[in-house]
Design a protein around this ligand. Structure first.
Ligand code: ADP
Ligand code: MG
Length: 409
């Protein structure tokens, strides 16, 4: 292996676990500081292990290169890794040179003191200098000859140059990558905060409206004309009910808990559709319910799924203006089931379809815009998905897909 290949191998061995760590951070949706910290410790120690293990025999400088992961631990203030690596480096060096232990203790203690008193940039430079100094010192103490065939000087150069290059490249790469990831995380955080602010605005707005109506009627309340004022009470009660329903929806956003059990999905659909018969009749909506009487068992949360199908049915009913038809059927595939609920209501255009799964998206005066959002959360918690196919003024197909596994009962 020539010098270039050597440097390349070092970079790969040290950077590989670091890159895995950075990728883990970049793609991890929820940033968990404790977990990320632990992963970094693990990556640093893995780098150390790889350098010591996979460098070809005959190269003395893995002993110098093993200090690079230590430098990374210093750079990221990883106290646990600093301690573990310092001890591991110490033990490894003890096995390499026949030099009294206090030399190594001085080396690693000095690094620690420098880390404590210097800023990061100066520390990296001093770290390299100190490492070179101690490396040369050990070589001189071990082989006390300067020139001749066995001179340590040419050997030292082929060791020190890659060490300096690799250390700088790794520090630079890691610093740049960390900056990119911090930026990525920050921009995600800003986005989340923006959404939160928007949600709070919408919630406040939704609640403010009915309360303003209530206040208006209370202001008009005339105790001398109780007969007239009595009318207001019904309206106030309706508005309060609306607020309560809205609050119920808001509250359920954060507490979707799925308690799975073996349930008969056909029975669920039958009971659910039956509960809609009176309202369908009242609204003159035709129904085509093609639900099998056979049992079809799945592992799911009965009440939650029921809530989802009620939301979908309600939306279909609300979308229908006249000559309405609602069609419900189940399709069983090899490893999933599809429940279709189709209507010939007002339908949605592309813009509406895009927004439908967002919380608070509603086109209704009295809507909360949480029905589809909550339904999606519930279905996804079951490992399924919910899909909308719609055409403006033609109708909407809602397809709920749930995973299916043969359940032996
Ligand atoms: P809400 O019913 O309170 O408006 P949802 O989350 O249930 O909230 O629905 C969000 C929006 O999606 C509705 O306001 C409506 O515009 C659209 N939508 C949902 N289902 C249908 C449907 N079957 N047909 C037409 N539009 C629908
Ligand atoms: Mg709805």
């Amino acid at each position: 292996m020539n010098l270039f290949q050597n440097v390349l191998l070092d970079i790969i061995l040290i950077l590989f676990p670091m890159i895995l760590f950075l990728l883990y951070n970049a793609y991890n949706e929820v940033y968990d500081l404790k977990k990320s910290d632990l992963c970094l410790d693990f990556a640093i120690i893995t780098s150390f292990y790889l350098v010591l293990t996979f460098k070809p025999d005959g190269y003395s400088y893995p002993y110098l290169m093993m200090n690079v992961p230590l430098a990374l631990a210093y750079l990221k203030n990883k106290n646990k890794s600093i301690l573990i690596l310092s001890v591991l480096c110490f033990i490894t060096l003890m096995g390499k040179y026949n030099i009294p232990a206090y030399y190594y203790i001085i080396e690693y203690t000095m690094l620690y003191i420098l880390y404590k008193v210097m800023d990061k940039f100066t520390f990296v430079n001093l770290f390299i200098t100190l490492n070179i100094f101690f490396y040369l010192l050990y070589e001189v103490l071990e082989k006390p000859y300067l020139f001749g065939n066995n001179s340590y000087i040419p050997n030292a150069l082929t060791v020190l140059i890659p060490f300096i290059i690799v250390t700088y490249i790794i520090m630079f790469t890691f610093k740049k990558a960390s900056t990119i990831i911090t930026f990525h995380k920050d921009s995600k955080k800003t986005q989340d905060e923006k959404e939160l602010r928007l949600s709070l605005f919408k919630i406040t707005h939704e609640i403010k409206n009915p309360i303003t109506v209530c206040k208006g009627y209370l202001d008009m309340f005339d105790f001398d004309d109780i007969k007239k004022s009595k009318k207001y009470i019904r309206i106030i009660k309706n508005e309060i009910n609306r607020v309560l329903i809205l609050l119920e929806d808001f509250l359920s956003i954060n507490k979707i808990k799925i308690e799975k059990d073996i349930i008969d999905i056909n029975l669920l659909l039958e009971e659910m559709t039956n509960s809609f018969l009176p309202i369908l009749k009242e609204k003159n909506i035709d129904k085509i319910f093609n639900i099998s009487k056979d049992e079809l068992f799945i592992n799911a949360d009965y009440n939650r799924l029921n809530q989802v199908f009620i939301n979908i049915m309600k939306n279909s009913i609300e979308a229908i203006t006249d000559n309405g038809v609602i069609c419900v059927f189940l399709k069983k595939n090899k490893d999933n089931i599809e429940i279709h609920i189709e209507d010939n209501g007002v339908g949605m255009d592309k813009e509406e379809l895009k927004k439908i799964k967002e919380p608070f998206f509603t086109t209704k005066k009295q809507g909360s815009g949480l029905g589809v959002y909550l339904s999606r959360q519930i279905i996804e918690a079951h490992g399924g998905n919910i899909e909308y196919v719609s055409k403006k003024y033609i109708g909407t197909k809602t397809i709920v897909t749930l995973p299916y596994e043969e359940i032996g009962i």
